[in-house]
Design a protein around this ligand. Sequence first.
Ligand code: F6P
Length: 330
Amino acid sequence: MTDQPIHIKKIGVLTSGGDAPGMNAAIRAVVRAGFYYKLEVYGIYRGYEGMINNDIRKLENKSIAHVLERGGTFLKSARSEEFKTIEGRQKAYDNLKSHGIDALVVIGGDGSLTGAHLFYKEFGIPAVGLPGTIDNDLFGTDLTIGFDTACNTAIEAIDKIRDTATSHDRLFFVEVMGRDAGFIAINAGIGSAAAAILIPEKKFPVEKLIDRLKFREKVKKESNVVIVAEGGKSGGALEISEKVKKILPTYDIKVTILGHLQRGGAPSSFDRILASKLGVSAVEGLLHGKYDVMVGIINNKIVFTPIKRAIVDDKQVDDEDLRIAGILST
Ligand code: F6P
């Protein structure tokens, strides 16, 4: 994990994959730390696509003015198919070399970190990854950049849905993002008093959901909002709602898919601070010869994990969270 440090003078920073609130704060921290350690910092636009297309520009102090508080990523992002090919990666390497870039900071989710790992193995370009994804599905960090904001956004939206659900005595199924992980669903569900939380990692048979809804009817609960994580084997909110409708035809059921609104908006204070700490630590890690690692935060301490572990090892949902959610929703 710690290699003999090479003399790094120029670093490149990029954001890749799905954008996440706090990515700008992370870029800013990388640039600031780079300048502090007398490095030149290059912005690589549109992730690995920009590396292949030579969309690489030197960043200055003014490039990062007033970006900390903005959602999205000013470096833009993309999911690059071409980088998955050796020819694409060769082009990317040649472009990096033409700018004299010695090392990379890659901000993104598992796909983006996989790219950084491959690139290091094949071309020896040292890279430190930052976990930037709303999904929170990376091993080696308690939380990823953007997750907290996405949960806040989802909860704010669900609060609004609850108002109308209560007024009309309706049952709502709200689908949240997370790809194949249920972290957003669990937090959003606990934080919005969900009647049930359905996640890809755990079975929640329709019969159990029906029992829960009938029980809540009996105890005269005023509204029912069921949170469904996308990516579940039994389908998303629409599919589940249809199954429930068949069994409870008198229920007035509506479905809302929150979708990409969960990816936007100004980062929460938590995400700004997390991104800032990780950004500085990434640069310091590179300077200390920590290559092919992801920098994360565990029990409030900065931790470097080999990228291979971060992408391969499964981050488990916390059974204790699910137990608590179960108590709160009955
Ligand atoms: O990884 C972030 C994420 O928002 C997932 O939650 C979601 O499944 C996916 O990206 C959507 O990707 P796209 O924006 O490419 O449709």
